[in-house]
Design a protein around this ligand. Structure first.
Ligand code: HEC
Ligand code: HEC
Ligand code: HEC
Ligand code: HEC
Ligand code: HEC
Ligand code: HEC
Ligand code: HEC
Length: 264
């Protein structure tokens, strides 16, 4: 209980943590953690002297979130004799890759941080997951879905989840899914929990902090067979676990919009 929190925690849970003096300007996720240094802006407010992540390229924009929402290591560790768990020296607008390396994962192995397929295993790993998604490579950002200044929705989503997904994924839109209706894609009735995008594309993964609900951010559909083989929470088993993965695989084989070559 007496381990120092500075190197392990404080950089992500404060603003301007100074590694030499342990001084901070603020405890909490303050404005400057995402908008960069703000004193010049406070003195003479102008667009040019503050970082707005929305005006950065999508890699740098996502980096502003990934700096805290990832497991990794500083490129140079130890720093002045101490090992840090957060990207010391990074601020929004800079390149996170110059300060931080995402935790490696070993394909085929379940580790402390990853499942065998590379999906994150712990909380606070949305960044490690999201960089694997086709959405990330197409310029979607964390704040395409979340408004960190606060909303009335779960997890500060811009809109309730399905409404938000469907803005970019409605029937007929190029981003898919390629089915005439949502129900034809999900094979569950409208109003059913099995008709929610997050049900199959963001299965809940192990939560290490009691009441924090952590969902996979790779958005990949993990098949029931893969889930069973590699011990990963999968798209169907979260709700139909009692019927076994062979049952779920059999159902998928009957769904014309799902490739039979991809259900194992
Ligand atoms: C966790 C990260 C984060 C924190 C903390 C944060 N912001 Fe932001 N802010 C963003 C992002 C991302 C955007 C751009 C996307 C958006 O508008 O949601 C933004 C946009 C803004 C904008 C522009 C809004 C617009 O309509 O163009 C203002 C103003 C702003 N933030 C002020 C603040 C202030 C003041 C604080 C502290 C009280 C703060 N932010 C804290 C991430 C953050
Ligand atoms: C300085 C570290 C830091 C940065 C930068 C940061 N976060 Fe967070 N975030 C946290 C912490 C700590 C929590 C949990 C406590 C809290 O809600 O304040 C959190 C919580 C959240 C939550 C959950 C809120 C809820 O109500 O369940 C979301 C969503 C989120 N952050 C998204 C983002 C996005 C998007 C960005 C980038 C624009 C971002 N964060 C940048 C540290 C950070
Ligand atoms: C790399 C950044 C980072 C480091 C280092 C870090 N945290 Fe966090 N922490 C976060 C983020 C981001 C969240 C919220 C998102 C999540 O849990 O998925 C969070 C969530 C939490 C929460 C839950 C807060 C809530 O309101 O739900 C607690 C408590 C917490 N952290 C404590 C700690 C402690 C104690 C340490 C040091 C042992 C630590 N953290 C190290 C980024 C970090
Ligand atoms: C801001 C627009 C936007 C939003 C909001 C959005 N998506 Fe996407 N999504 C995309 C784009 C763009 C692609 C890439 C399409 C392509 O490959 O041509 C994509 C691809 C995907 C894919 C394909 C697999 C992959 O690797 O990512 C899935 C699954 C997906 N989205 C699920 C979701 C879910 C679930 C939600 C809601 C939680 C959501 N999307 C919200 C734009 C969006
Ligand atoms: C009942 C489970 C289920 C639900 C709910 C679900 N999907 Fe899917 N989705 C799948 C399966 C299975 C695949 C095929 C995966 C594969 O072949 O790798 C898929 C594939 C996709 C793809 C990529 C292939 C394509 O057709 O372009 C996108 C995009 C997608 N889903 C988006 C969504 C969105 C958005 C929602 C919510 C509106 C949603 N899905 C709800 C099971 C589901
Ligand atoms: C395509 C939309 C989308 C994108 C992009 C996205 N998220 Fe999420 N996020 C969600 C949804 C949906 C939930 C689940 C809300 C729920 O449980 O009801 C969620 C949940 C969360 C939570 C709550 C804890 C958890 O893991 O379930 C945090 C924290 C979070 N996201 C952070 C991030 C960060 C950081 C990024 C970028 C690296 C990001 N998200 C990108 C849609 C998105
Ligand atoms: C979030 C929970 C949830 C998830 C995830 C989910 N389902 Fe369902 N499923 C339901 C519910 C609830 C019903 C009951 C009928 C309804 O609401 O449509 C159902 C009904 C069904 C039925 C028809 C009735 C029956 O029980 O025989 C089949 C088949 C089915 N699900 C297959 C799947 C498959 C395959 C997957 C994965 C691709 C899946 N479901 C994912 C909740 C879920």
């Amino acid at each position: 209980m007496k381990r120092p929190t500075g190197p392990l925690c404080d950089g992500c849970h404060s603003v301007n943590y100074i590694v030499q003096t342990h001084a901070v300007t603020e405890w909490n996720v303050g404005c400057e953690k995402c908008h960069g240094p703000g004193s010049a802006h406070a003195a003479r407010p102008a667009r040019s002297n503050i970082v707005n992540p929305a005006r950065l390229d999508s890699v740098s924009a996502n980096d502003a979130c990934i700096q805290c929402h990832s497991q990794g290591q500083p490129l140079k560790n130890p720093i002045e004799g101490r090992y840090y768990d957060w990207p010391v020296g990074y601020e929004p607008g800079k390149d996170l890759k110059d300060y931080w390396r995402l935790e490696d994962h070993k394909p085929g192995e379940t580790t402390f941080t990853h499942f065998a397929d590379g999906t994150a295993h712990k909380n606070r790993m949305q960044g490690n997951d999201f960089v694997q998604s086709a959405m990330y490579t197409h310029g979607v950002t964390c704040f395409s879905c979340h408004d960190v200044h606060g909303t009335a929705n779960n997890a500060d989503l811009l809109k309730p989840a399905n409404v938000m997904c469907l803005q970019c994924h409605g029937a007929g839109l190029a981003n898919g899914p390629r089915a005439a209706t949502l129900e034809a894609h999900t094979h569950h009735k409208s109003g059913s929990s099995g008709n929610e995008c997050v049900a199959c594309h963001m299965p809940a993964i192990q939560a290490t902090i009691a009441d924090v609900n952590v969902r996979a951010h790779t958005f990949r559909f993990i098949t029931p067979a893969e889930g069973e083989r590699l011990k990963i929470p999968s798209g169907c088993q979260g709700c139909h676990g009692d019927r076994g993965s062979a049952w779920a695989t059999e159902q998928l084989r009957g769904w014309k919009n799902v490739s039979p070559w991809r259900v194992e």
